[in-house]
Design a protein around this ligand. Structure first.
Ligand code: MRU
Length: 354
């Protein structure tokens, strides 16, 4: 992966191909997705992951669903077609509950479909819209990168958590987009990437991306972050987001909140980088965000090796919520948002709450 615009997902002649992120970094295997249930599996098994990438996958999944209904059901009325499509849209939305981008993308697709009265045109418009969502996301990330890089001082040591890179988006990345842009401007001295237990998105995926972008990177156990901050080894923390509420609270990979608290105690700037499609202005604050709980095997096993006894009770939430008070700013493609977040998030949406 040398190309900065690497994308983890592609639409190729009526099918989708995605790089299986459960196998990285040791195997770069692309899998073919031809039906919407296969897409639901790929999202829930995390073969594709990261909120914006899941949104794009959902949009392509709905387009696949439209193709399937056309081929198998031979429906004559657009109304019946749309009600079948609506059922598929709900199944796709439920495949991962915390991230905002999946519902955002599916709603955008359904809004288009609902205005069209000819079945073939519904399908072709959905394919077109899914590709548009994908291209727009890459463009947003480049803007986020540029705006975020301007906030980074020369010679910075940055810490990031989980993977908010090209793999988690349409391409380039949000938090990693900022790091890549700042590195292109010669501002990065080194990047610390937390390993991100239990699924190791940091040590497997972020490090893979940083090495491919020739950025000096260290993989650290999650528990090392506080020690590094105490030693003044971190100038800024930049993370992505799965869902941001109207008041600027941020749901992101479990462990993000711990890092934000540590950052506050050590006077380290804590930045969130995310496209506006991650902002859910219908939710007032972080307590309203549904937090996904993942299977126990993700904690009890590493690959096929058991590390915990069978009779141990496991709690495995995939995300936590960082309160807006701990966040220096939120870097979006439309501009950098500063506190007071409720007011300034409203402004970025043009004062419109819909
Ligand atoms: O469970 P994951 O791997 O999908 O979680 C991903 C994250 O938490 C990312 O930080 C977030 O989606 C932002 S990606 C640009």
């Amino acid at each position: 992966m040398k190309n900065e615009d690497f994308s983890p997902i592609k639409w190729i002649n009526g099918t989708v191909e995605l790089i299986d992120q459960t196998l990285l970094p040791f195997k770069e295997k692309w899998i073919k997705i031809t039906t919407y249930p296969e897409m639901i599996n790929a999202i829930s098994n995390m073969q594709i992951r990261g909120a914006p990438a899941i949104g794009i996958a959902g949009a392509y999944g709905l387009a696949l669903g439209a193709i399937e209904i056309s081929k198998t059901k031979k429906l004559k009325s657009a109304q019946k077609f749309l009600s079948e499509l609506n059922l598929i849209s709900l199944k796709l939305i439920n495949s991962r509950p915390t991230g905002s981008n999946l519902k955002w993308a599916i709603d955008r697709m359904m809004n288009i479909a609902n205005t069209i009265e000819e079945i073939p045109l519904i399908t072709s418009s959905l394919i077109k819209e899914a590709k548009k969502i994908h291209i727009e996301d890459i463009k947003s990330n480049h803007n986020i990168g540029k705006l975020g890089a301007a906030l980074i001082n020369k010679n910075s040591k940055i810490l990031t958590h989980c993977n908010a890179g090209a793999l988690a988006t349409g391409g380039y990345g949000t938090a990693l987009g900022v790091i890549k842009s700042a590195n292109n401007e010669g501002k990065i001295s080194k990047v610390y990437s937390t390993e991100t237990r239990p699924l190791l998105q940091g040590s497997r995926l972020t490090i893979w991306e940083l090495i491919n972008s020739n950025i000096k990177a260290y993989s650290i156990p999650d528990s090392v972050a506080g020690y590094l901050m105490q030693k003044k080894e971190i100038d800024a923390i930049i993370v992505g987001a799965d869902r941001i509420t109207a008041n600027g609270d941020v749901a992101n990979k479990i462990g993000t909140y711990t890092l934000a608290i540590l950052a506050k105690s050590h006077n380290v700037n804590f930045y969130v980088a995310a496209p506006t499609s991650t902002i859910d202005i219908k939710l007032n604050n972080g307590s309203e965000i549904p937090i996904e709980e993942r299977p126990r095997e993700e904690v009890t096993n590493i690959k096929n090796i058991k590390i915990v006894q069978d009779n141990v009770t496991i709690y495995n939430p995939a995300f936590d919520v960082t309160p807006n008070t701990l966040i220096k700013s939120i870097i979006t493609e439309k501009g950098v948002i500063y506190p007071p977040y409720t007011l300034n998030i409203k402004k970025i949406f043009g004062g419109n709450n819909e």
